[in-house]
Design a protein around this ligand. Sequence first.
Ligand SMILES: NC(=O)c1ccc[n+]([C@@H]2O[C@H](COP(=O)([O-])OP(=O)(O)OC[C@H]3O[C@@H](n4cnc5c(N)ncnc54)[C@H](O)[C@@H]3O)[C@@H](O)[C@H]2O)c1
Length: 307
Amino acid sequence: MSEKQMLSFTHYFPSMYLFYLYSFYYYQFINILKLTTQALIKQHTQRASPEVKKLRILEVKKLRLENKVAIITGSAKGIGREAALLFAEEGAKVVVIDVDEGGSETAEEIKNMGHESLFVKTDVCNKEQVQDMVKKVVERFGKIDVLINNAGIIRDSTLLKMTEEQWDKVIDTNLKGVFNCTQAVAEVMVKQGYGKIINTSSIVALYGNFGQANYAASKAGLIGFTKTLAKELGRKGIRVNAVAPGFVLTDMVRSVPEKVLEMVKEKTPIGRLGQPKDIANVYLFLASDESDYINGAVLSVDGGLTL
Ligand SMILES: NC(=O)c1ccc[n+]([C@@H]2O[C@H](COP(=O)([O-])OP(=O)(O)OC[C@H]3O[C@@H](n4cnc5c(N)ncnc54)[C@H](O)[C@@H]3O)[C@@H](O)[C@H]2O)c1
């Protein structure tokens, strides 16, 4: 080593050594800090009570219908009521629609849960009432994101005994009622460039059912209606889908003899009848942004009964 090299080495060596020492201790310090933080977080998480853990999960859980405005027809009871409560839990402002005053109880229950809700007593068969209702909703909330055409009735009879009144009432409520609500709401949704419409059909529409010619015809009509609107409104940002429930335990099936319900249960691969929540959950999925690529579909929700 030349003298010059020696000088430069002795000149730089202490600072290189210090730099090495500094880097080494800095790295160790960062490592200890990282390990301590991880240990503290782990300890803290393990110590949290189940309630606190649940709250933490809720804090990060995004609500599936946050700030959405949802109209649910026939939500005084049954499937509609269940859906109204579920939608509110998921952040929606729920408009309860029914001919039955019981709708005010659904809306009250939602308010007691700390969410916004509005009951508008409306007969879906009455075009004027429907238009007034839509006007009220827009005045109050400024928009409509979701329409669930859930209101429906049965007036069962075999064809030869079916009265014109039985036929008309079912078609008027289950089919024309859906037309009335959809036309009035779609106008708002087209302007917004966004909307989800869900029509409640039935497995009876797909497979028929003894004594339900009027009901099956109305619910089958809804399937054609759904698919047509899916084509007409798809490019306007609106999704239109239908749900076809199997036998669901609500007032609607209370009149079905116990023996028949037992038979249905036997034939259902999952071994049980439907609960309102089973259908409400599917409404929720179709109303949420998770279903954006689903349009014109008919989802059977029947535990596999029709397989
Ligand atoms: N329960 C089932 O097994 C079953 C199966 C397939 C499809 N569905 C369909 O699911 C929907 C909900 O049925 P559910 O079992 O909850 O029935 P439900 O009888 O318990 O509730 C229906 C609600 O619709 C309301 N309604 C009736 N006519 C109306 C009108 N003209 N205007 C406004 N509201 C009106 C009623 O007052 C009631 O609150 C219906 O469309 C029904 O056809 C039900």
